[in-house]
Design a protein around this ligand. Structure first.
Ligand code: NDP
Ligand code: MG
Length: 393
């Protein structure tokens, strides 16, 4: 029986994780759950899974009334408050598996703690690799943690690579290129001139995937693919030239690896996050994820395109930030979080997101060799810059 901590349980990935876990009560037990503001859902989850620990990170939402409800729902459950509690649970000796499913930089410290504690780390929180990729990968190597990517593309790449890839590396594995696919989002075919008028509701209506708001907007700008480029380069020790982004609007192929002999291995499946989540939970075995098999008679066509940087300037910024190394990706990620939040609050235009990101990347000094506190400081500086820049837009 493996004990699982689901950090960000009330989100899209968190809910899918609990769906898979509930199908396998003989294999997995929920040790801890965390939620931020959605206490009603967290209470339901605590009632169903009866964890040892529940963490509420937004303390101001946790009134006495809520406390009484949680205590009644699970009398044995230890209620903890605040971000530090996430870190403690991520490294708790009783925890075998940590699902890092908090959105944004808020997930950084707990994800890093799980990596440093040698856990089996199921990484959905791509931002932690973008902000602190080197520190994360070093922590994994030093502790012997098992890092399993949950992001569907990275999970796909992981499945398409040889099992000894980590020891052999790119060249000795006979790899020609890693092909990262992305749908291109809801505005792939819109006239460029209409993008400025895009509403948050339109941006959040992804054609294939149902996801949280932030990542949905990131998919529409393709900043999500940009973050994924950086994520992939860290996870699989790639240079930016060893990786190519391919637009594949149907989201059936989740990514591919092309080999020097001309073979291309692709991972396919429904656009349903329960597949990569189940793979991460059970690796190297496979378990039922509740996902239907692909019906090829229903798939009319699989198409592919090259990304157009005029339409997706954020993708180009991400490549530039990864090549610049240092704290550039940290800055880009922080500025983007501020810009997306401002767009969702109808404070800026859709096309302003890229402007905020570019200005932050060009204006903040790139710093090298920062430790985690230095990176967090740089993240704060970039947020401040972005907020100020938005005021003057
Ligand atoms: P959601 O917005 O649906 O969920 C985010 C989770 O994080 C919720 O549990 C939320 O709590 C919690 N949270 C929000 N802010 C904070 C905070 N400041 N401190 C602590 N917890 C917080 O996001 P997703 O599930 O879509 O995404 C989660 C991560 O997975 C992201 O990094 C995303 O990039 C990645 N990912 C998601 C995919 C998807 O299909 N959804 C696919 C690939 C990667 P509450 O809701 O209670 O406020
Ligand atoms: Mg993805």
């Amino acid at each position: 029986m493996q004990q699982v901590a689901v950090l960000g349980a009330t989100g899209s990935i968190g809910k899918n994780t609990l769906d898979v876990i509930a199908r396998h009560p003989e294999r997995y037990q929920v040790f801890a759950l965390s939620g931020h503001q959605n206490l009603a859902l967290l209470l339901e989850q605590v009632t169903q899974f009866q964890p040892q620990v529940v963490i509420i990170t937004s303390e101001k939402h946790f009134t006495r009334e809520w406390q009484a409800r949680f205590e009644q729902a699970a009398p044995q459950c230890d209620i903890q408050l605040g971000e530090q509690a996430l870190v403690e649970v991520a490294k708790a000796p009783s925890v075998d598996i940590v699902m890092a499913a908090i959105v944004g930089a808020a997930g950084l410290k707990s994800t890093l703690a799980a990596a440093a504690a040698g856990k089996k780390l199921l990484l959905a929180n791509k931002e932690s690799l973008v902000i602190a990729g080197e520190l994360m990968m070093n922590a994994v190597a030093d502790s012997g943690a098992t890092l399993l990517p949950i992001d569907s593309e990275h999970n796909a790449i992981f499945q398409c690579l040889p099992s000894d890839y980590a020891q052999q590396g790119f060249n000795a594995s006979g790899i020609q290129r890693v092909l990262l696919t992305g749908s291109g989002g809801p505005f792939r075919e819109w006239p460029l001139s209409e993008l400025a008028a895009v509403t948050p509701q339109q941006a959040c209506a992804h054609p294939n995937w149902e996801m949280g708001q932030k990542i949905s907007v990131d998919s529409a700008t393709m900043m999500n693919k940009g973050l994924e480029v950086i994520e992939a380069c860290h996870l699989f020790a790639l240079s930016s030239e060893q990786l190519e982004v391919v637009i594949h609007p149907q989201s059936i192929i989740h990514s591919m690896v092309s080999y020097v002999d001309g073979s291309v291995i692709a991972q396919m499946g429904q656009p349903d996050m329960r597949t990569p989540i189940a793979y991460g939970l059970s690796w190297p075995e496979r378990i039922d994820a509740g996902v239907e098999a692909l019906d090829f008679s229903q798939i009319a066509q699989l198409t592919f395109e090259q990304p157009d940087y005029q339409r997706y300037p954020c993708l180009q910024l991400a490549f530039a930030a990864f090549r610049a190394q240092g704290s550039a990706a940290t800055v880009l990620n922080a500025a983007n979080e501020v810009a997306v939040a401002a767009f969702l609050a109808a404070g800026i235009k859709f096309t302003d997101i890229a402007k905020v990101n570019e200005a932050a990347l060009n204006s903040l000094e790139n710093q090298f060799g920062l430790d985690i506190d230095g990176l967090i400081q740089q993240d704060h500086r970039a947020r401040e810059f972005a907020r100020d820049f938005i005021k003057h837009l």
